[in-house]
Design a protein around this ligand. Structure first.
Ligand SMILES: C[S@@+](CC[C@H](N)C(=O)[O-])C[C@H]1O[C@@H](n2cnc3c(N)ncnc32)[C@H](O)[C@@H]1O
Length: 167
């Protein structure tokens, strides 16, 4: 995890705040949460958040920031490649930002509560960052991967973003 990782919540999450605001209260999941910018924001919105990552130092920061703000965030250390089961489904909201693990597609869909929302955004093959090709989305990949969900918003360029609901 980079020391200069952004602290502001992802613009994709902020842009869809109104969809999150009408979700019933409940649990949310931040997949590969890093230093927790999105987990903390979800908790500020009133969700009880499971923040999962394999980086112990980043999780310590998440837990410290959550405690300082009095937020309901549980920092959970897990290597999702080895252990792709998600901590405490069902979730009202799942956020997956700047992280791509294709074996999680099925578990993410299964972990959503009926009516629950998935917010997914990460880099595509059109991005110019030096990244391993395997971590970049193919054209329309998110649409294909989450075809079992109802897509509410989709955008694709150097990053692809999807908001989808489990009906
Ligand atoms: C680019 S950061 C994104 C962090 C956060 N989602 C954000 O948007 O700020 C990618 C994160 O994925 C985590 N990660 C990478 N491989 C992982 C794995 N196998 N299991 C859990 N977390 C992983 C890293 O530790 C890192 O925090």
């Amino acid at each position: 995890m980079r020391a200069h990782a952004p602290k502001d919540p992802s613009a994709w999450l902020v842009e869809h705040r109104e969809l999150l605001a009408v979700q019933p209260a409940g649990r949310a999941l931040d997949v590969a949460c890093g230093r927790g910018r999105n987990a903390l924001e979800l908790a500020r919105m009133g969700f009880r958040v499971d923040a999962v990552d394999c980086d112990r130092d980043a999780l310590a920061e998440v837990a410290g920031r959550a405690a300082a703000e009095g937020l309901a965030v549980q920092a959970i250390e897990r290597d999702l490649e080895r252990e792709p089961n998600l901590p405490q489904p069902p979730y009202r909201v799942i956020v997956n930002i700047n992280f791509l693990q294709r074996t999680l597609v099925g578990p993410l869909v299964a972990a959503l509560a009926p009516g629950g929302l998935l917010l997914f955004e990460t880099f595509t093959r059109a991005c110019t960052r030096p990244m391993r090709p395997g971590y970049l989305l193919e054209p329309n990949e998110l649409l294909r991967a989450f075809a079992d969900l109802t897509v509410l918003r989709y955008r694709e360029g150097p990053v692809a973003g999807l908001v989808a609901r489990r009906d």
